[in-house]
Design a protein around this ligand. Structure first.
Ligand code: Q46
Ligand code: ZN
Ligand code: ZN
Length: 330
């Protein structure tokens, strides 16, 4: 902020902490925090993401996005009367995983939120780096597969109404745009604020759907939330993703508000994208019973390749035992 003439909050006249260009507002710390909380609360209502008496499984990596989401869902849950249970996956990625796990453990303790920790090495005998080394597959593709599978297993076992993910505006819009360019229109239906549960898949909610990465970072900082500062060492540096993101940010600086309008327009039309699926009959994995397009699900195929046998059914049993000892089975 320039010295001399101090810029003041448009609502109360206190020194401003930030400018919200699309709302034509300068906001102080207090009003910025209220602004974001109101937005998330409105999204939860507008998109019917959570309701009284429901049970939400919240996936928390320890980064600023998922920590902010957990904090905001925790706050909202007290007003709206739903239950929040956190899930952290320790992927065994050196100090990055160690620090992430500690932060999530402390934060959940401070909120009084029940926390489930799945340690990949304990669960299947291999950490993510070991799986990458053995399979030579891209780390994020293995990681994504494992996380999707395990989130679904835990959500099913605890009978969660949905699993909450910390994806925000700047994660989702580039994917939506890329899928539009490639005309993978059905994929767009999975990138909205809410994906309903369908046979064998627990639905997903994204409470930060229309909050930008910059707003989340500032909210986390001003609210003194603890989060892992370093990035996962496998974070993708794909140039197309970066360029699409930059393109959207350039558009936003020329036309403030265009990103939120884009996201909300997609959310309004999600039902149209859902009708564009190529009819595929889902089977059940012969090993673990998970929904799968093949006889064996991707998780069982992966573990079969590295461990010599498919581990889906064993992993589900281990998880069930752990949830039972935590008193979280319904
Ligand atoms: S944790 Fe996993 Fe991300 Fe790391 S390996 Fe890639 S996908 S970058 S959200
Ligand atoms: Zn103010
Ligand atoms: Zn399986």
């Amino acid at each position: 902020m320039k010295s001399g003439k101090e810029i003041r909050c448009s609502l109360c006249g206190e020194p401003a902490a930030t400018r919200i260009a699309y709302a034509k507002l300068w906001l102080c710390k207090k009003h910025f925090i209220e602004f974001i909380e109101k937005r998330v609360f409105e999204s939860i209502n507008r998109y019917r993401l959570a309701g009284q008496g429901q049970r939400m499984l919240v996936a928390v990596s320890g980064g600023k996005d998922s920590i902010t989401m957990l904090y905001l869902l925790h706050k909202t849950s007290m007003k709206m009367g739903f239950e929040v249970i956190a899930l952290h996956m320790d992927l065994g990625i050196g100090t990055y995983s160690k620090i992430s796990r500690e932060i999530v453990e402390h934060f959940c303790k401070s909120l009084g939120t029940p926390l489930i920790i799945l340690d990949l090495k304990t669960l299947i005998g291999y950490s993510l780096p070991e799986l990458v080394h053995k399979t030579r597959r891209p780390p994020c593709s293995i990681c994504g597969l494992i996380k999707r599978y395990l989130i679904n297993v835990v959500a099913q076992e605890i009978k969660a109404d949905a699993a909450a993910l910390g994806h925000h505006l700047d994660d989702l819009l580039p994917y939506i745009l890329k899928n539009f360019m490639l005309q993978n229109l059905f994929e767009i239906s999975k990138l909205g604020p809410k994906t309903e549960s369908v046979d064998g898949f627990v639905g997903r909610i994204r409470p930060l759907y229309d909050v930008s990465e910059h707003e989340i970072a500032l909210y986390a900082k001003l609210s003194n939330l603890p989060f892992v500062d370093e990035e996962c060492p496998y974070t993708s540096k794909k140039s197309l993703d970066k360029q699409v993101k930059e393109f959207l940010n350039n558009l936003e600086s020329l036309h403030p508000g265009i990103k939120i309008s884009f996201a909300r327009a997609v959310a309004r039309n999600i039902h149209v994208y859902k009708t564009l699926s190529v009819a595929k009959t889902l089977k059940r994995c012969v090993v673990c019973g998970a929904p799968s397009s093949d006889d064996m699900c991707s998780f069982c195929k992966l573990t079969n390749r590295v461990a010599g046998r498919p581990l889906g059914a064993e992993v589900r049993l281990k998880i069930r035992d752990m949830l039972s000892s935590l008193g979280l089975l319904k």
